[in-house]
Design a protein around this ligand. Sequence first.
Ligand SMILES: Cc1cc2nc3c(=O)[nH]c(=O)nc-3n(C[C@H](O)[C@H](O)[C@H](O)COP(=O)(O)OP(=O)(O)OC[C@H]3O[C@@H](n4cnc5c(N)ncnc54)[C@H](O)[C@@H]3O)c2cc1C
Length: 462
Amino acid sequence: MKSTEYMIIGGGPTGLGAAHRLDELGHNDWVLVEKAQNLGGLASSVVDDQGFIWDLGGHVLFSHYNYFDNLLDDLLGENWFEHEREAWIWMRNQWIPYPFQSNMWRLPQADLEKCLLGLESINENKISTVGMNFDEWIVDSFGEGIADVFMRPYNYKVWAYPTRELAANWTGERVATIDKDEVLKNIKDKSDLKSWGPNAVFRFPKEGGTGSIWNALGSRLPKDKIILDTEIREIEPIEQIAVCENGQQFRYEKLITTVPLPLFIKKLRGKIGESFSKDKLEKFKWSSTHVIGIGIEGVTPAQLRSKCWMYFPEDNVPFYRATVFSNYSPENVPRPGEQWSLMCEVSESSMKKVDHAHIIGDTIDGLYSTGILPDDANLVSTWSRFLPFGYPTPFLGRDEILKDFIPRLEDVNIFSRGRFGGWKYEVSNQDHSLMQGVELVNALLLGEKEETYWNPTAVNNR
Ligand SMILES: Cc1cc2nc3c(=O)[nH]c(=O)nc-3n(C[C@H](O)[C@H](O)[C@H](O)COP(=O)(O)OP(=O)(O)OC[C@H]3O[C@@H](n4cnc5c(N)ncnc54)[C@H](O)[C@@H]3O)c2cc1C
């Protein structure tokens, strides 16, 4: 049996962040075990049979941290594009600039009137989301009209749960709220407001997709400490032993895990595993994501040339978002300038079923029916990937369960962090995830406070 001081499960941004920080601090008694054959986790990229590059869903980079920015600069040097976000919403057979609530003047009259009526009752001074579900928060913040016309259908498509099933306390910077006077002025002037929020400008690697970042970080780490293609099957928490599917065992002093939290808890053997409430474990909600990539011969159609991504709140197409992926980097297609590519995302959950056998065909039909694919489009590649864990749903009661589970794991030297390890959607992007790994190591080695995981609002308000 091998022994290690720090064992990291998962080579996504969180696990790599922890490994990088250990290495940076000159600490060399650690090992990282990853079940896939490559690093990057959900932030990795794939080259399909025809040579098109795909991310696992539309990934764009924006950051709340100097540390993260400096690391990215260092990893890829000049190898970045910077893009201005151009996001659109397709509804009522037309394009509306994102965010919806700032650009409602484009709606058909009946929808616009409904939204305006609802605005009369909104509570602009509300600051607390405590105890609210997401639906209540939407109605309170935007009124019944916007809730019905856009927020409920759109959020159901993204989250795969009705809005009343989600808590409201994650919304912070993730949902644009409303300035009533500005909205009314936009409607009167018929003016668009396109930039809102932290990702109005974003960067993207020139080559290799989002995954190139994490490959670059992985290649800097000592090779003998990274073990790929090896899945952790179970944990003996009292003896502090991790057992792999291939029978290999590791005795650890501290375990950093990025495995989806309820799955990880089920891997704990003995009394400690049994001590986690089954009722609470069953409360976890998440959604899966189907990512469908379409490679097309020819030049990008004029109407898509400057668009980054598009949202689809209506149920006439299966996807909630389509990204013009070749606009992020010309190198995302095998013959730049002669081909282009689209990447669509479809959500799925126990409350929103998807027909797996037909999802690619249904997606292509939807791209034609909305005019995104021209009638004469020559499709040369079709690729898809099913992500069983796509979005960590901020379900009702989540924080109380996390406040129970996470410290109890820490009592036995297990630290669960990252998108699904920590289960806080509001701090689950790549920057947050890497920093969760870095801050955890800073806490364990240097006694510093972890800000991202325990204080998401402060981090996101920076
Ligand atoms: C559809 C979609 C869109 C996104 N868009 C953006 C975006 O625009 N911008 C952004 O910054 N972020 C985005 N993200 C989030 C980004 O992918 C995450 O921030 C990041 O990947 C989380 O890193 P992580 O290490 O916490 O988890 P993961 O990336 O999930 O990594 C966990 C790793 O653990 C491994 N693992 C699991 N179980 C075991 C086991 N038993 N044994 C060994 N290894 C195991 C997995 O194989 C995986 O590699 C998006 C994610 C999705 C799904």
